[in-house]
Design a protein around this ligand. Sequence first.
Ligand SMILES: Cc1cc2nc3c(=O)[nH]c(=O)nc-3n(C[C@H](O)[C@H](O)[C@H](O)COP(=O)(O)OP(=O)(O)OC[C@H]3O[C@@H](n4cnc5c(N)ncnc54)[C@H](O)[C@@H]3O)c2cc1C
Length: 407
Amino acid sequence: MNQSDAIVCGGGMVGLTLGLALAKGGLQVAVVDSLPPAKTVAPEFDGRVSAFAYANVRMLQVLGVWPHLAPDAQPIREILVSDGAVGRPAAPFSLHFDAQDVGADSLGHIAENRHIRAALHAAIAEEKNLTLVAPADVQSLTVDGAHVRARLSDGSEFQAALAVAADGRDSKLRKAMGIGVIGWSYPQIGIVATVRHAKPHNDVAYEHFLPSGPFAILPMTGNRSSLVWTEAKDKAPAMLALDAKPFEAEVTARFGAHLGKTEVEGARWSYPLNFHLARDYVKPRFALAGDCAHGIHPIAGQGLNLGLKDVAALAEVVLDAARLGQDIGALDVLKRYERWRRFDSFTLAASTDALNRLFSNDIAPLRQLRDLGLGVVDAIGPLRRLFMRHAGGDIGKLPRLLKGDPV
Ligand SMILES: Cc1cc2nc3c(=O)[nH]c(=O)nc-3n(C[C@H](O)[C@H](O)[C@H](O)COP(=O)(O)OP(=O)(O)OC[C@H]3O[C@@H](n4cnc5c(N)ncnc54)[C@H](O)[C@@H]3O)c2cc1C
Protein backbone atom coordinates (compact mmCIF):
# COMPACT_ATOMS: atom_id res chain seq x y z
CA MET A 1 0.00 0.00 0.00
CA ASN A 2 1.44 3.36 -1.07
CA GLN A 3 0.91 6.17 1.45
CA SER A 4 0.49 9.87 0.78
CA ASP A 5 -1.33 12.81 2.37
CA ALA A 6 -3.52 13.45 -0.68
CA ILE A 7 -4.29 11.63 -3.89
CA VAL A 8 -5.43 13.63 -6.93
CA CYS A 9 -7.40 11.47 -9.36
CA GLY A 10 -6.93 12.97 -12.83
CA GLY A 11 -3.80 14.73 -14.03
CA GLY A 12 -5.29 17.17 -16.56
CA MET A 13 -4.50 20.88 -16.27
CA VAL A 14 -6.51 21.22 -13.04
CA GLY A 15 -5.28 18.02 -11.35
CA LEU A 16 -1.63 18.73 -12.13
CA THR A 17 -1.87 22.30 -10.81
CA LEU A 18 -3.59 21.13 -7.63
CA GLY A 19 -0.98 18.40 -7.07
CA LEU A 20 1.76 20.97 -7.48
CA ALA A 21 0.13 23.49 -5.09
CA LEU A 22 -0.37 20.87 -2.35
CA ALA A 23 3.16 19.52 -2.80
CA LYS A 24 4.67 23.03 -2.64
CA GLY A 25 2.77 23.46 0.63
CA GLY A 26 4.62 20.46 2.07
CA LEU A 27 2.14 17.60 1.60
CA GLN A 28 3.08 14.27 0.03
CA VAL A 29 0.87 14.01 -3.06
CA ALA A 30 0.14 11.32 -5.64
CA VAL A 31 -1.43 12.42 -8.94
CA VAL A 32 -2.87 9.63 -11.08
CA ASP A 33 -3.77 10.04 -14.75
CA SER A 34 -5.17 7.59 -17.29
CA LEU A 35 -2.94 8.84 -20.09
CA PRO A 36 0.82 8.80 -20.64
CA PRO A 37 2.10 12.42 -20.34
CA ALA A 38 3.82 12.24 -23.76
CA LYS A 39 0.41 11.68 -25.39
CA THR A 40 -1.26 14.68 -23.75
CA VAL A 41 1.44 17.16 -24.89
CA ALA A 42 1.38 16.00 -28.53
CA PRO A 43 -0.16 18.46 -31.07
CA GLU A 44 -2.71 15.85 -32.19
CA PHE A 45 -4.15 15.39 -28.66
CA ASP A 46 -5.94 18.74 -28.12
CA GLY A 47 -6.31 21.61 -30.60
CA ARG A 48 -7.55 24.09 -27.99
CA VAL A 49 -5.94 27.08 -26.41
CA SER A 50 -6.87 28.52 -23.02
CA ALA A 51 -7.24 32.15 -22.08
CA PHE A 52 -5.70 32.69 -18.64
CA ALA A 53 -7.06 35.35 -16.35
CA TYR A 54 -4.19 37.42 -14.91
CA ALA A 55 -4.94 36.19 -11.37
CA ASN A 56 -4.24 32.65 -12.60
CA VAL A 57 -1.01 33.79 -14.27
CA ARG A 58 0.07 35.02 -10.80
CA MET A 59 -0.64 31.55 -9.37
CA LEU A 60 1.36 29.84 -12.14
CA GLN A 61 4.25 32.19 -11.36
CA VAL A 62 4.20 31.24 -7.66
CA LEU A 63 4.04 27.52 -8.53
CA GLY A 64 7.05 27.74 -10.87
CA VAL A 65 5.00 26.84 -13.97
CA TRP A 66 5.08 30.24 -15.66
CA PRO A 67 8.82 30.26 -16.56
CA HIS A 68 8.19 27.08 -18.57
CA LEU A 69 5.08 28.53 -20.26
CA ALA A 70 5.94 32.22 -20.78
CA PRO A 71 7.81 31.75 -24.12
CA ASP A 72 4.67 30.11 -25.59
CA ALA A 73 2.11 32.47 -24.02
CA GLN A 74 0.55 35.33 -25.96
CA PRO A 75 -0.59 38.42 -24.02
CA ILE A 76 -4.05 39.85 -24.72
CA ARG A 77 -4.01 43.65 -24.56
CA GLU A 78 -7.42 44.39 -26.03
CA ILE A 79 -10.73 42.53 -26.47
CA LEU A 80 -13.32 43.66 -29.01
CA VAL A 81 -16.86 42.35 -28.63
CA SER A 82 -19.43 42.80 -31.39
CA ASP A 83 -22.74 41.46 -32.58
CA GLY A 84 -23.34 40.49 -36.20
CA ALA A 85 -24.18 37.77 -38.69
CA VAL A 86 -22.26 35.83 -41.31
CA GLY A 87 -21.34 38.37 -43.99
CA ARG A 88 -22.98 41.26 -42.08
CA PRO A 89 -20.58 43.87 -40.65
CA ALA A 90 -20.24 44.11 -36.89
CA ALA A 91 -22.85 46.23 -35.11
CA PRO A 92 -21.84 49.85 -34.50
CA PHE A 93 -22.27 49.46 -30.72
CA SER A 94 -19.21 47.36 -30.05
CA LEU A 95 -17.63 46.85 -26.70
CA HIS A 96 -13.91 47.50 -26.28
CA PHE A 97 -11.78 46.33 -23.35
CA ASP A 98 -8.26 47.70 -23.09
CA ALA A 99 -5.60 46.67 -20.54
CA GLN A 100 -4.54 50.33 -20.26
CA ASP A 101 -7.95 51.17 -18.74
CA VAL A 102 -7.07 49.09 -15.68
CA GLY A 103 -3.41 50.14 -15.68
CA ALA A 104 -2.25 46.63 -16.62
CA ASP A 105 0.16 45.34 -19.27
CA SER A 106 -2.33 42.72 -20.39
CA LEU A 107 -5.84 41.42 -19.75
CA GLY A 108 -4.56 37.84 -19.59
CA HIS A 109 -2.66 35.38 -21.73
CA ILE A 110 -3.47 32.72 -24.30
CA ALA A 111 -1.54 29.46 -24.45
CA GLU A 112 -2.04 26.20 -26.29
CA ASN A 113 -3.31 23.46 -23.97
CA ARG A 114 -0.45 21.18 -25.00
CA HIS A 115 2.06 23.84 -23.92
CA ILE A 116 0.25 24.32 -20.61
CA ARG A 117 0.42 20.58 -19.92
CA ALA A 118 4.10 20.46 -20.92
CA ALA A 119 4.89 23.40 -18.59
CA LEU A 120 3.05 21.68 -15.73
CA HIS A 121 4.99 18.46 -16.32
CA ALA A 122 8.26 20.40 -16.35
CA ALA A 123 7.37 22.03 -13.01
CA ILE A 124 6.31 18.70 -11.52
CA ALA A 125 9.60 17.08 -12.51
CA GLU A 126 11.28 19.56 -10.12
CA GLU A 127 8.90 18.80 -7.22
CA LYS A 128 10.10 16.10 -4.81
CA ASN A 129 6.82 15.86 -2.80
CA LEU A 130 4.77 14.82 -5.83
CA THR A 131 4.56 11.38 -7.45
CA LEU A 132 2.90 11.17 -10.85
CA VAL A 133 1.40 7.76 -11.62
CA ALA A 134 0.55 7.58 -15.35
CA PRO A 135 -0.81 5.89 -17.27
CA ALA A 136 -3.18 4.34 -14.73
CA ASP A 137 -6.91 4.65 -14.02
CA VAL A 138 -8.29 5.19 -10.54
CA GLN A 139 -10.85 2.41 -10.59
CA SER A 140 -12.39 2.85 -7.16
CA LEU A 141 -12.22 4.92 -4.00
CA THR A 142 -13.12 3.51 -0.59
CA VAL A 143 -13.53 5.74 2.44
CA ASP A 144 -12.68 3.92 5.60
CA GLY A 145 -12.45 5.85 8.90
CA ALA A 146 -9.29 7.95 8.82
CA HIS A 147 -8.33 7.06 5.25
CA VAL A 148 -9.46 6.92 1.66
CA ARG A 149 -8.06 4.12 -0.49
CA ALA A 150 -7.67 4.31 -4.25
CA ARG A 151 -7.42 1.13 -6.30
CA LEU A 152 -5.60 1.64 -9.60
CA SER A 153 -5.89 -0.25 -12.89
CA ASP A 154 -2.26 -1.40 -12.59
CA GLY A 155 -3.23 -3.28 -9.42
CA SER A 156 -1.53 -0.84 -7.03
CA GLU A 157 -3.28 0.84 -4.10
CA PHE A 158 -2.83 4.27 -2.56
CA GLN A 159 -3.97 5.37 0.88
CA ALA A 160 -4.36 9.02 1.86
CA ALA A 161 -6.29 11.35 4.16
CA LEU A 162 -7.96 13.04 1.17
CA ALA A 163 -8.83 12.15 -2.44
CA VAL A 164 -9.68 14.86 -4.97
CA ALA A 165 -11.44 13.98 -8.22
CA ALA A 166 -10.16 16.12 -11.13
CA ASP A 167 -11.15 13.59 -13.75
CA GLY A 168 -13.06 15.93 -16.07
CA ARG A 169 -16.61 16.43 -17.29
CA ASP A 170 -17.67 12.80 -17.44
CA SER A 171 -16.14 12.03 -14.05
CA LYS A 172 -16.64 8.39 -13.12
CA LEU A 173 -15.40 9.05 -9.61
CA ARG A 174 -18.00 11.78 -8.96
CA LYS A 175 -20.72 9.29 -9.95
CA ALA A 176 -19.15 6.43 -7.98
CA MET A 177 -19.11 8.63 -4.85
CA GLY A 178 -22.84 9.31 -5.32
CA ILE A 179 -22.66 13.00 -6.29
CA GLY A 180 -25.25 13.98 -8.89
CA VAL A 181 -25.25 16.95 -11.25
CA ILE A 182 -27.77 19.34 -12.73
CA GLY A 183 -27.06 19.94 -16.39
CA TRP A 184 -28.07 19.96 -20.02
CA SER A 185 -26.52 19.79 -23.49
CA TYR A 186 -26.32 22.86 -25.70
CA PRO A 187 -27.71 22.55 -29.25
CA GLN A 188 -24.24 23.67 -30.37
CA ILE A 189 -20.80 22.23 -31.14
CA GLY A 190 -17.49 23.98 -30.50
CA ILE A 191 -15.36 23.92 -33.67
CA VAL A 192 -11.73 24.77 -32.99
CA ALA A 193 -9.02 25.52 -35.56
CA THR A 194 -5.80 27.52 -35.83
CA VAL A 195 -5.63 30.21 -38.49
CA ARG A 196 -2.50 31.83 -39.91
CA HIS A 197 -3.09 35.38 -41.15
CA ALA A 198 -1.14 37.87 -43.24
CA LYS A 199 -1.39 40.84 -40.83
CA PRO A 200 -0.38 40.90 -37.13
CA HIS A 201 -3.21 40.59 -34.59
CA ASN A 202 -1.60 43.27 -32.37
CA ASP A 203 -2.52 41.26 -29.24
CA VAL A 204 -6.26 41.78 -29.82
CA ALA A 205 -8.89 39.09 -29.12
CA TYR A 206 -12.28 39.26 -30.84
CA GLU A 207 -15.63 37.89 -29.71
CA HIS A 208 -18.08 38.08 -32.58
CA PHE A 209 -21.63 37.06 -31.67
CA LEU A 210 -23.27 35.27 -34.60
CA PRO A 211 -26.78 33.78 -34.66
CA SER A 212 -25.45 30.19 -34.32
CA GLY A 213 -23.28 31.18 -31.38
CA PRO A 214 -20.14 33.10 -30.47
CA PHE A 215 -17.16 33.11 -32.82
CA ALA A 216 -13.99 33.90 -30.88
CA ILE A 217 -10.66 34.81 -32.46
CA LEU A 218 -7.92 34.42 -29.86
CA PRO A 219 -4.41 35.74 -30.60
CA MET A 220 -1.63 33.14 -30.53
CA THR A 221 2.14 33.56 -30.79
CA GLY A 222 3.23 34.63 -34.30
CA ASN A 223 0.70 35.70 -36.92
CA ARG A 224 -1.72 33.03 -35.74
CA SER A 225 -5.09 32.99 -34.01
CA SER A 226 -7.22 30.24 -32.54
CA LEU A 227 -10.87 30.09 -33.59
CA VAL A 228 -13.50 28.89 -31.18
CA TRP A 229 -16.49 28.73 -33.47
CA THR A 230 -19.77 27.75 -31.83
CA GLU A 231 -22.01 26.28 -34.52
CA ALA A 232 -25.54 24.84 -34.40
CA LYS A 233 -25.45 21.07 -33.82
CA ASP A 234 -27.34 20.31 -37.03
CA LYS A 235 -25.00 22.44 -39.19
CA ALA A 236 -21.63 21.62 -37.59
CA PRO A 237 -21.09 18.15 -39.16
CA ALA A 238 -21.47 19.61 -42.68
CA MET A 239 -18.97 22.39 -41.85
CA LEU A 240 -16.49 19.91 -40.44
CA ALA A 241 -16.81 17.66 -43.50
CA LEU A 242 -16.02 20.46 -45.99
CA ASP A 243 -12.84 20.25 -48.05
CA ALA A 244 -10.04 22.65 -47.12
CA LYS A 245 -10.97 25.49 -49.53
CA PRO A 246 -14.73 25.71 -48.81
CA PHE A 247 -14.01 25.36 -45.06
CA GLU A 248 -11.59 28.27 -45.33
CA ALA A 249 -14.25 30.28 -47.21
CA GLU A 250 -16.73 29.67 -44.34
CA VAL A 251 -14.10 30.76 -41.84
CA THR A 252 -13.32 33.91 -43.85
CA ALA A 253 -17.03 34.82 -44.08
CA ARG A 254 -17.14 34.87 -40.27
CA PHE A 255 -13.60 36.06 -39.57
CA GLY A 256 -13.77 39.21 -41.70
CA ALA A 257 -10.91 40.80 -43.64
CA HIS A 258 -9.18 42.77 -40.88
CA LEU A 259 -6.26 40.32 -40.59
CA GLY A 260 -5.64 39.99 -44.33
CA LYS A 261 -5.47 36.66 -46.12
CA THR A 262 -6.19 33.78 -43.74
CA GLU A 263 -5.26 30.11 -43.97
CA VAL A 264 -6.38 27.28 -41.69
CA GLU A 265 -3.35 25.52 -40.24
CA GLY A 266 -3.46 21.89 -39.14
CA ALA A 267 -6.47 19.88 -37.98
CA ARG A 268 -10.04 20.96 -37.18
CA TRP A 269 -11.42 19.90 -33.83
CA SER A 270 -14.92 19.62 -32.47
CA TYR A 271 -16.19 19.49 -28.91
CA PRO A 272 -19.74 18.79 -27.69
CA LEU A 273 -20.91 21.60 -25.41
CA ASN A 274 -22.81 21.05 -22.22
CA PHE A 275 -23.52 22.59 -18.86
CA HIS A 276 -23.31 20.87 -15.51
CA LEU A 277 -22.92 21.72 -11.86
CA ALA A 278 -22.27 19.10 -9.20
CA ARG A 279 -24.86 19.07 -6.41
CA ASP A 280 -22.10 18.77 -3.80
CA TYR A 281 -18.40 19.58 -4.05
CA VAL A 282 -17.30 17.54 -1.05
CA LYS A 283 -17.95 14.42 0.99
CA PRO A 284 -15.90 13.07 3.87
CA ARG A 285 -12.31 12.61 2.55
CA PHE A 286 -13.42 13.53 -0.97
CA ALA A 287 -13.58 16.76 -3.00
CA LEU A 288 -14.24 17.70 -6.63
CA ALA A 289 -12.25 20.23 -8.66
CA GLY A 290 -12.29 21.59 -12.21
CA ASP A 291 -14.60 20.28 -14.93
CA CYS A 292 -15.54 17.39 -12.66
CA ALA A 293 -17.38 19.95 -10.48
CA HIS A 294 -18.65 22.30 -13.22
CA GLY A 295 -18.83 22.37 -17.00
CA ILE A 296 -19.66 25.69 -18.63
CA HIS A 297 -20.16 27.11 -22.13
CA PRO A 298 -16.85 28.33 -23.63
CA ILE A 299 -18.46 31.69 -24.58
CA ALA A 300 -16.29 33.57 -22.09
CA GLY A 301 -13.25 31.23 -22.12
CA GLN A 302 -13.57 30.71 -18.36
CA GLY A 303 -13.79 26.91 -17.81
CA LEU A 304 -10.15 26.34 -16.93
CA ASN A 305 -9.98 29.65 -15.06
CA LEU A 306 -12.80 28.45 -12.84
CA GLY A 307 -10.98 25.13 -12.25
CA LEU A 308 -7.77 26.95 -11.35
CA LYS A 309 -9.67 29.06 -8.83
CA ASP A 310 -10.87 25.79 -7.26
CA VAL A 311 -7.23 24.74 -7.05
CA ALA A 312 -6.17 27.93 -5.27
CA ALA A 313 -9.05 27.77 -2.76
CA LEU A 314 -8.79 24.03 -2.06
CA ALA A 315 -5.00 24.17 -1.62
CA GLU A 316 -5.35 27.06 0.83
CA VAL A 317 -8.09 25.38 2.89
CA VAL A 318 -6.27 22.03 3.02
CA LEU A 319 -2.82 23.48 3.77
CA ASP A 320 -4.15 25.82 6.46
CA ALA A 321 -5.87 22.84 8.10
CA ALA A 322 -2.68 20.75 7.90
CA ARG A 323 -0.66 23.57 9.50
CA LEU A 324 -3.15 23.72 12.37
CA GLY A 325 -2.87 19.96 12.88
CA GLN A 326 -6.43 19.36 11.63
CA ASP A 327 -7.54 16.35 9.61
CA ILE A 328 -7.38 17.51 5.96
CA GLY A 329 -10.06 15.03 4.89
CA ALA A 330 -12.59 16.02 7.59
CA LEU A 331 -15.93 17.18 6.22
CA ASP A 332 -15.95 20.46 8.18
CA VAL A 333 -12.56 21.37 6.64
CA LEU A 334 -13.68 20.49 3.11
CA LYS A 335 -16.97 22.38 3.56
CA ARG A 336 -14.90 25.59 3.83
CA TYR A 337 -13.76 24.93 0.28
CA GLU A 338 -17.30 24.18 -0.91
CA ARG A 339 -18.65 27.39 0.63
CA TRP A 340 -15.84 29.40 -0.94
CA ARG A 341 -16.16 28.07 -4.48
CA ARG A 342 -19.71 26.94 -5.05
CA PHE A 343 -21.44 30.30 -5.32
CA ASP A 344 -18.77 31.76 -7.63
CA SER A 345 -18.92 28.70 -9.91
CA PHE A 346 -22.71 28.83 -9.98
CA THR A 347 -22.73 32.58 -10.77
CA LEU A 348 -20.25 32.27 -13.64
CA ALA A 349 -21.89 29.14 -15.04
CA ALA A 350 -25.34 30.79 -14.96
CA SER A 351 -24.01 34.02 -16.54
CA THR A 352 -22.28 32.19 -19.40
CA ASP A 353 -25.46 30.20 -19.99
CA ALA A 354 -27.58 33.38 -20.06
CA LEU A 355 -25.10 35.16 -22.37
CA ASN A 356 -25.19 32.25 -24.80
CA ARG A 357 -29.01 32.29 -24.83
CA LEU A 358 -29.17 36.06 -25.27
CA PHE A 359 -26.65 36.23 -28.12
CA SER A 360 -27.05 32.95 -30.03
CA ASN A 361 -30.05 33.97 -32.14
CA ASP A 362 -31.07 36.49 -34.79
CA ILE A 363 -34.32 37.74 -33.25
CA ALA A 364 -34.45 41.44 -34.22
CA PRO A 365 -35.74 42.98 -30.92
CA LEU A 366 -33.24 40.92 -28.93
CA ARG A 367 -30.48 41.93 -31.31
CA GLN A 368 -31.31 45.63 -30.81
CA LEU A 369 -31.45 45.17 -27.05
CA ARG A 370 -28.09 43.43 -26.82
CA ASP A 371 -26.43 45.92 -29.21
CA LEU A 372 -27.72 48.68 -26.96
CA GLY A 373 -26.42 46.72 -23.93
CA LEU A 374 -22.94 46.44 -25.45
CA GLY A 375 -22.99 50.15 -26.23
CA VAL A 376 -24.08 51.07 -22.69
CA VAL A 377 -21.36 48.94 -21.05
CA ASP A 378 -18.81 50.41 -23.44
CA ALA A 379 -19.85 53.97 -22.59
CA ILE A 380 -19.67 53.52 -18.82
CA GLY A 381 -16.00 53.35 -17.83
CA PRO A 382 -16.42 51.98 -14.27
CA LEU A 383 -18.77 49.24 -15.51
CA ARG A 384 -16.32 48.28 -18.25
CA ARG A 385 -13.49 48.16 -15.73
CA LEU A 386 -15.60 45.99 -13.42
CA PHE A 387 -16.13 43.50 -16.30
CA MET A 388 -12.36 43.46 -16.89
CA ARG A 389 -11.64 42.76 -13.22
CA HIS A 390 -14.17 39.91 -13.35
CA ALA A 391 -12.58 38.45 -16.47
CA GLY A 392 -9.17 38.82 -14.85
CA GLY A 393 -10.34 36.75 -11.89
CA ASP A 394 -9.46 39.66 -9.59
CA ILE A 395 -12.71 40.00 -7.72
CA GLY A 396 -14.19 38.61 -4.49
CA LYS A 397 -12.22 36.94 -1.69
CA LEU A 398 -9.07 35.80 -3.46
CA PRO A 399 -7.03 32.84 -2.23
CA ARG A 400 -3.35 33.66 -1.56
CA LEU A 401 -2.12 31.95 -4.73
CA LEU A 402 -4.33 34.15 -6.92
CA LYS A 403 -2.87 37.24 -5.27
CA GLY A 404 0.60 35.98 -6.15
CA ASP A 405 1.48 35.08 -2.54
CA PRO A 406 3.05 31.74 -1.51
CA VAL A 407 0.53 29.05 -0.67
C1 LIG B 1 -14.12 24.47 -27.21
C2 LIG B 1 -13.63 24.78 -25.83
C3 LIG B 1 -12.84 25.91 -25.60
C4 LIG B 1 -12.39 26.22 -24.32
N1 LIG B 1 -11.66 27.37 -24.12
C5 LIG B 1 -11.29 27.72 -22.86
C6 LIG B 1 -10.56 28.95 -22.60
O1 LIG B 1 -10.23 29.73 -23.48
N2 LIG B 1 -10.25 29.26 -21.30
C7 LIG B 1 -10.60 28.46 -20.27
O2 LIG B 1 -10.34 28.83 -19.09
N3 LIG B 1 -11.27 27.28 -20.47
C8 LIG B 1 -11.62 26.89 -21.74
N4 LIG B 1 -12.29 25.73 -21.95
C9 LIG B 1 -12.54 24.83 -20.81
C10 LIG B 1 -11.30 24.00 -20.45
O3 LIG B 1 -10.79 23.35 -21.60
C11 LIG B 1 -11.65 22.98 -19.37
O4 LIG B 1 -12.29 23.66 -18.31
C12 LIG B 1 -10.40 22.28 -18.83
O5 LIG B 1 -9.76 21.54 -19.83
C13 LIG B 1 -10.77 21.34 -17.68
O6 LIG B 1 -9.60 20.74 -17.16
P1 LIG B 1 -9.72 19.55 -16.12
O7 LIG B 1 -8.30 19.24 -15.74
O8 LIG B 1 -10.70 19.84 -15.07
O9 LIG B 1 -10.35 18.33 -16.94
P2 LIG B 1 -9.75 17.49 -18.16
O10 LIG B 1 -8.92 18.34 -19.03
O11 LIG B 1 -10.91 16.77 -18.75
O12 LIG B 1 -8.77 16.43 -17.45
C14 LIG B 1 -9.24 15.29 -16.79
C15 LIG B 1 -8.07 14.31 -16.66
O13 LIG B 1 -8.49 13.20 -15.88
C16 LIG B 1 -7.98 12.00 -16.42
N5 LIG B 1 -8.86 10.90 -15.98
C17 LIG B 1 -10.17 10.70 -16.30
N6 LIG B 1 -10.65 9.63 -15.62
C18 LIG B 1 -9.62 9.18 -14.84
C19 LIG B 1 -9.48 8.10 -13.92
N7 LIG B 1 -10.51 7.29 -13.61
N8 LIG B 1 -8.29 7.90 -13.32
C20 LIG B 1 -7.23 8.72 -13.59
N9 LIG B 1 -7.31 9.75 -14.46
C21 LIG B 1 -8.48 9.98 -15.06
C22 LIG B 1 -7.96 12.24 -17.93
O14 LIG B 1 -6.99 11.43 -18.55
C23 LIG B 1 -7.62 13.73 -18.00
O15 LIG B 1 -6.21 13.95 -18.14
C24 LIG B 1 -12.74 25.37 -23.22
C25 LIG B 1 -13.51 24.22 -23.46
C26 LIG B 1 -13.97 23.93 -24.74
C27 LIG B 1 -14.82 22.70 -24.94
